[in-house]
Design a protein around this ligand. Structure first.
Ligand SMILES: NC(=O)c1ccc[n+]([C@@H]2O[C@H](COP(=O)([O-])OP(=O)(O)OC[C@H]3O[C@@H](n4cnc5c(N)ncnc54)[C@H](O)[C@@H]3O)[C@@H](O)[C@H]2O)c1
Ligand SMILES: O=C(O)C(=O)C[C@]1(C(=O)O)C=C[C@@H](O)C=C1
Length: 608
């Protein structure tokens, strides 16, 4: 079957003359039809303008007639070999820029081609017969050798430019040098973007290229202009250097993506020894000694049993719902201010204090270390002694201690010296275990509100708006003074634009393990790969990995350790992550072995 025309029909302003529909529907004339259109669009004749083809050549700009010849000279006839997701993605822009695009692929993409304005050929001989100036190799890495060996290269004009876009570069470079006749030019390239990361345009996206064997500089530059015109950042680099950098960047990014994909994470979404090693190191670190102790504590300590008795006095929320304030309308939040004492004045405590002070609340603080200087700068009254803090009778205690130190603080803090009706709030990143501890250690008259701001100094440095704030009213007295005070506290977050989510502590822990714990694990794992740093050919995916790493490793290791030790779901999640990684390695090895088997069988058969 010869080529099928798609090019002309896709251009909205083009109205073919009466003869065209006949030609289009005449199968035997498909080939003639393609050549006719191609010669028209390449020839830039005045009849071309009268046919409306001018617009087809460059839809974006109205080209004055005298410049037409120049514009036409910028146009190329490009044959795409391998018309899958990426070939189609490139074709869309090539067509928009007015180039003539032909395509061939193993599967039949006639319909997609038609929509894109591309002429599709089922037979590679027909593409080569069209004498394209450029052959753009967009097939898979694994099929590249076979594809090249089956292309009728002798039908191409001498000087045809061969461009590959494979994501690895040394391999196709050697292959192209090996297989192509010496009169064809070779440009190895790697657009560091794709349909997912550059769906809104290629501007600023990196385009790596290596002029491996170029005699016709003008044609090569014309091809590179395709990407320059879209404002890509052009990065000329040897294939060897590309592969060195990309093993650190792209391969790692894809591996992480695939491992996460295998975990079937809701709402989210290489085999190197380095990564594997990093992961094992991390596991060892986490599972070391202390883990056993804490887990014994978690499951054998009678805390859980004691807490059962206290449940009658607590209000439990198993359902997840968006929060609706119950504060009576007589109250005006703006005029009501709270006296809030922050216990644990580290990174996060200070971060919260800034906003709370700005809102006009009175903020006191107490911590193990001396933070009096920073407290002064923030407008916070600092206490080195817990008894002195209690003597100030704060209405709210806001616990911002590290997860690991919380139990010790709970046992040693002079709670009895506070007012009987104090509202106790915590912001720990794990919830259920400590909720039980609070109910065990705090005076029975205290109100207890468990919360988790799902943001911090890095992610919310420009404001809290749009971030989630999870809370569970574990035990809030029913009288209006208490319910209003709790609502007033919650209003600190809603008034900043946070989205308040009411959720039980147990449900929080179930959900957070698949999101926050995995995120921090990946970030910490990447940190172990100490070669990870920005390169000249970073993809968007890799940039987000670097951000992720930066965002997580700035938090204390205690925080990460706490996420693991005090969320009973995290151990299983870590094991699943490990299994997903192993399974991905096996998948790669299985593929390699299958390919090797096929090569051996073919060799065996050729000997027979
Ligand atoms: N950093 C964040 O973005 C963020 C966001 C939401 C919630 N949180 C939670 O806020 C709390 C504080 O987090 P952080 O980022 O400040 O770091 P962190 O978890 O390392 O905690 C540091 C705080 O814990 C105190 N602390 C440490 N060991 C102590 C001990 N033995 N006795 C008494 N106090 C001790 C420090 O003085 C400091 O105030 C944690 O529970 C964390 O889960 C943090
Ligand atoms: O923005 C930051 O500083 C954070 O690290 C916030 C972050 C996170 O994104 O994981 C850290 C710990 C909290 O439990 C919630 C949010």
């Amino acid at each position: 079957m010869k080529g099928r025309v798609g090019t002309m029909l896709s251009v909205s302003s083009f109205r073919p003359p009466a003869v065209y529909p006949t030609l289009l529907h005449c199968p035997r004339l498909h080939h003639v039809n393609v050549s006719l259109f191609c010669s028209l669009s390449n020839g830039a004749s005045s009849s071309c303008r009268s046919l409306g083809i001018l617009r087809a050549i460059d839809r974006e700009s109205e080209v004055p007639a005298q410049q037409l010849h120049h514009v036409q000279n910028q146009k190329l006839k490009i044959g795409i070999i391998g018309f899958g997701k990426f070939g189609q993605f490139l074709a869309r822009t090539l067509v928009r820029q007015g180039h003539t695009v032909l395509a061939h692929s193993r599967s039949d993409y006639t319909h997609v081609a038609l929509e894109l304005g591309v002429t599709f050929f089922e037979n590679p001989h027909d593409v080569c017969d069209e004498r394209p100036e450029v052959i753009l190799l967009c097939c898979s890495i694994l099929s590249a050798r076979h594809v090249l060996l089956t292309l009728p290269l002798q039908r191409l004009e001498p000087g045809t430019l061969f461009v590959d876009v494979l994501s690895v570069k040394e391999f196709p470079k050697k292959l192209l040098l090996d297989v192509l006749p010496s009169n064809l030019d070779i440009l190895c390239s790697h657009p560091m973007f794709g349909p997912d990361s550059a769906s809104c345009g290629w501007s600023g996206r990196r385009f790596m290229f290596d002029k491996v064997r170029i005699r016709n500089e003008e044609r090569c530059n014309k091809f590179l202009d395709v990407f320059k015109r879209e404002r890509c950042e052009m990065v000329e680099m040897s294939c060897e250097d590309h592969d060195k950098l990309s093993a650190k960047t792209q391969f790692i990014t894809h591996t992480i993506g695939r491992v996460l994909g295998m975990l079937d994470l809701e709402k989210t979404r290489i085999y190197t020894k380095g990564l594997c090693f990093a992961f094992q190191e991390l596991r060892k670190q986490l599972l070391k000694g202390v883990h056993v102790v804490v887990r014994e504590h978690l499951f054998e300590n009678p805390v859980t049993a004691k807490v059962q008795n206290l449940q009658d006095t607590a209000s439990f929320h198993s359902d997840v719902s968006e929060y609706k304030s119950s504060l009576s309308s007589d109250y005006s939040y703006n005029n009501l201010k709270l006296k809030i004492a922050i216990v644990g004045f580290g990174n996060f405590g200070q971060f919260l204090a800034k906003t709370i002070v700005r809102q006009g609340h009175q903020v006191l603080a107490y911590s193990r270390s001396d933070y009096s200087t920073v407290a002064k700068e923030l407008g916070v009254t600092y206490f080195r002694n817990a008894d002195d803090l209690c003597a100030q009778h704060p209405e709210v205690i806001l616990l911002c201690t590290s997860i690991l130190s919380t139990e010790g603080v709970l046992k040693s803090f002079p709670w009895q010296k506070l007012e009987r009706s104090t509202l106790f709030v915590d912001v720990l990143s794990v919830k259920e275990f400590h909720r039980n501890l609070f109910l065990q250690h705090l005076p029975l008259d205290f109100d207890v509100l468990c919360t988790h701001p799902m943001f911090g100094p890095q992610s919310a440095k420009d404001g809290w708006s749009g971030f989630l704030f999870v809370f569970d009213k574990v035990r809030i007295g029913t009288d209006e003074a208490r319910t209003s005070r709790c609502d007033l506290f919650l209003n600190i977050f809603s008034s900043e634009g946070c989205q308040l989510v009411e959720m039980s502590c147990a449900e929080h822990d179930r959900q957070a393990v698949g999101s926050q714990f995995i995120t921090h694990t990946v970030g910490r794992m990447l940190e172990k790969l100490d070669f990870l740093e920005p390169t000249k050919i970073d993809t968007i995916g890799f940039e987000s990995l670097l951000n992720l790493m930066d965002n997580t490793v700035r938090d204390s290791f205690d925080l990460y350790n706490g996420l693991f030790l005090f969320n009973e779901n995290s151990r299983q999640q870590l094991e699943e992550f490990h299994l997903a990684f192993e399974s991905l390695q096996n998948q790669l090895l299985d593929h390699a072995l299958d390919n090797l088997k096929q090569v051996l069988i073919l060799e065996e058969e050729s000997h027979d």
